[in-house]
Design a protein around this ligand. Structure first.
Ligand SMILES: [Zn+2]
Length: 105
């Protein structure tokens, strides 16, 4: 069984509808180490042209830090917050069932 055979993905899109602002949550089953993890994949911006990458590298070498940092955000509307809540609840219930307790952490 490959890693992808045991993966269940849930995609949550940002409210701004930008294609780079998609969160991919993955639950695994059937694997010893990963099946208790809920992973989150986020898109990391990259600089497509060589001059942009060189300029960014030079700034990095000399310790330049943007006032905004290297962050971006994903806006979750109420519907997606509920989806995230449901996903987390489902994952926690699966973990609790596996551990044999009733939700006490
Ligand atoms: Zn967005």
């Amino acid at each position: 069984m490959g890693l992808n055979d045991s993966a269940e993905h849930t995609y949550i899109e940002c409210d701004c509808d930008h294609a780079e602002h998609i969160l991919r949550f993955t639950r695994y089953s059937g694997l010893d180490e990963l099946d208790k993890m809920l992973t989150v994949d986020v898109y990391l911006s990259n600089y497509m042209s060589l001059p942009q990458r060189i300029w960014y590298g030079i700034k990095y070498i000399f310790g330049f830090k943007s006032g905004y940092g290297a962050f971006d955000c994903v806006l979750l509307n109420k519907k997606n917050v509920k989806r995230l809540r449901d996903l987390c609840n489902m994952h926690l219930e699966a973990l609790d069932a596996e551990e044999g307790n009733n939700g006490s952490v």
